[in-house]
Structures are given as structure tokens and as C-alpha cells.
Design a protein. Structure first.
Length: 330
């Protein structure tokens, strides 16, 4: 299965082979982006086609290891990679039992050289491959010398708080450290889902909400957030849609159960566009406003939501989407 990947033989340049940057790239954080930029730069210098090679599903899922929710589901991952390095293309390898059983040499010979035409391979310092994760960088270098490709690893990048990593992002999300989340990702964390029918309580109290179903990303601590909302009119083609206030949690005042819902600020539905039901939205979590709480009645809840909306307007007023006719917020 290939997403965002065109035929390697579609340009004469491709006959020279490829430079493959390999990784899970979950979150496409700043460390990943630097690896991908180096891949694009090196490929340009030596006349190779640049590929970002990733896996779906993540290897840990197939191997039965406990896996956290994704920071970036596959379509978003592809979008972020190709936005960061426009010259690179993404090759998604279907990770199944047969792939997991390949020895390091079989993986290098059949996949890297045979399928992908690799002439150079770029990985992270912690890269492991082959059956039982038995291959590391030294094995990859040795195989490359035999099979005709060069191999190298990027240094681990980070700051005074430590390496930039997907694990650090998850830990910071869980701790509500949104400044660090944005430091490592280079953007806010986002949640993506389809607008589904809710219980209409928000509409009744004057604050209609879009309820998001099918959210795959790591959820933040329960609470209320100032958010920027994109609408995905085409698959993962985002356009800035509205500022908003999102509630992630169980809505204790009305006992409505777990949800991710967003009230779009100063939003008037387009009469030609009909309802939002079925639309796909992405909300970028900019700022934690308050913890979720139970109010004595709906009037008290309504008053608090009005205060939340006012706070969000102030926080988000200076934010502008990516320039362009259909640019998203991030």
C-alpha cells in the first residue's frame, strides 16, 4: 500500500536510485523534520530521488506490543512530511507478519535495494530493523557495503530539556505542558474527527458545538481549550475555518459521557453549505483554559462557556493561517 508515493521511474533522475529516510515519524516533530531535510538536501546533491519510508500499521501493533494512540495518524503524517520537505515523497510499507520475519539482510536486499532502489539510507540513532529488531546502524552499514548503498544516522537533536522525541511529546501532553509540546512538535498538537450528531444541548443554551467522532490522536487531559479549527474539504487538504473553544471530557454537568466537541466562535454556517454533519475538522490545541467541572445548572454552565469564549477570542485574535488560498492554520 502506498500513499503520497509516485512511481520511481517517472523521471530520468529516478534511474540513479533513491535516498531513503526511514522511520515511524509519529508526530513529525522537529527531530524528524531535520532528518527529512537532510535527506532532501543530500538527495539533491548526489542526484537521487528522496523518499521518506514509514510503516502502516506501526510495527509494535503487529508484534503485539502495547502501543499508545498516535500523535499523527497516517494521512496527517504524510501531509506534514511533504509540507516540511516538498521535494520528498512518502513510501508507506505495509507492516505485516511476513515483513516482520525478514532478517536484516533480507530486508536490506529485498526491500531497500530490490523494491526501493536505495543508494543511500538515512536513519535515526535508535533505528532497529529485521526480525526481532536484530539489526542496528552497524549492521545496516555493513550490509550497505555489500549491497551497494551508503548508510548513516542523524545525531539525536534536542534542547536543554532533553531529546526531541515522540515519547517526550506524549509525556508533555499528559502533563498539560503545552509550551513544551509546541517546542518539540514545532506546532500545537491537533485532534481530527468527523462531525457527528450530538445531543443538541449546546444549541439549546446558545453555544452549539460540533461533536467529533473517530478521533485517533492522543487525547489531552480533560478540560476546555482555546483552539484553531481547520476544515478538511478534501482528504487531508486543510483550510483555516474558525477559532473556537473545545471541551475534551465527559461533560459532567449533563452526564453526557466522553466527547470531543468544539464551539466555533463567531461562526455562521454557509447557507449553501448546509449543516456541518459529516464534515471533517481538525482542532489545534493552543491553550488550556480550565479543567472540566460540574456546574449547579445549565445557566451556570452557559455563563462559564461565555467567559471561555471571551478568553479564547483574546488568546487567538493575533493568529493567522498559513498564507495561500486554502491554507490551514498549521
Amino acid at each position: 500500500m502506498a500513499h503520497g508515493f509516485s512511481d520511481l521511474m517517472d523521471t530520468p533522475r529516478a534511474t540513479a536510485g533513491t535516498l531513503c529516510a526511514i522511520g515511524n515519524f509519529d508526530g513529525v516533530h522537529r527531530g524528524h523534520v531535520e532528518l527529512l531535510r537532510r535527506a532532501g538536501s543530500d538527495a539533491e546533491q548526489i542526484g537521487l530521488r528522496a523518499l521518506a519510508v514509514t510503516f502502516d500499521p506501526p510495527p509494535a501493533v503487529v508484534l503485539g506490543r502495547k502501543t499508545p494512540a498516535a500523535l499523527t495518524p497516517l494521512p496527517r503524517k504524510i501531509e506534514l512530511i511533504e509540507s516540511a520537505v516538498p521535494a520528498i515523497r512518502v513510501k508507506v510499507l505495509t507492516f505485516d507478519r511476513s515483513l516482520s520475519e525478514l532478517t536484516p539482510r533480507e530486508f536490506a536486499e529485498r526491500v531497500l535495494v530490490g523494491d526501493l532502489g536505495a543508494r543511500k539510507v538515512l536513519v535515526g540513532q535508535n533505528f532497529r530493523f529485521g526480525k526481532g529488531r536484530s539489526g542496528d546502524l552497524s549492521v545496516l552499514v555493513e550490509l550497505g557495503q555489500t549491497l551497494g548503498f551508503a548508510a548513516a544516522a542523524m545525531d539525536i537533536l534536542g534542547d536543554e530539556r532533553g531529546p526531541w522525541s515522540s515519547t517526550r511529546v506524549r509525556q508533555s501532553i499528559a502533563a498539560g505542558d503545552w509550551a513544551d509540546v509546541e517546542t518539540v512538535l514545532g506546532r500545537p498538537h491537533a485532534l481530527t474527527g468527523d462531525v457527528v450528531r450530538g445531543d443538541q444541548r449546546g444549541r439549546l443554551i446558545g453555544f452549539p458545538t460540533a461533536n467529533l467522532g473517530g478521533v485517533e490522536e492522543v487525547l489531552p487531559p480533560y478540560g476546555v481549550y482555546a483552539v484553531l479549527t481547520d476544515r478538511l474539504d478534501r482528504p487531508e487538504q486543510a483550510r483555516a475555518f474558525a477559532r473556537g473553544v473545545a471541551n475534551v471530557g465527559v461533560r459532567p454537568t449533563v452526564g453526557a459521557g466522553p466527547s470531543v466537541e468544539v464551539h466555533l466562535l463567531d461562526f455562521d454556517p454557509d447557507p449553501a453549505g448546509g449543516e456541518l454533519y459529516g464534515a471533517r475538522l481538525r482542532i489545534h490545541l493552543l491553550k488550556f483554559l480550565r479543567a472540566e467541572q460540574k456546574f449547579a445548572n445549565l445557566d451556570a454552565l452557559k455563563e462559564q462557556i461565555a467567559r471561555d469564549a471571551d478568553a479564547a477570542r483574546v488568546l487567538l485574535a493575533a493568529k493567522n493561517p498559513i498564507p495561500g488560498p486554502a491554507g490551514g492554520w498549521y
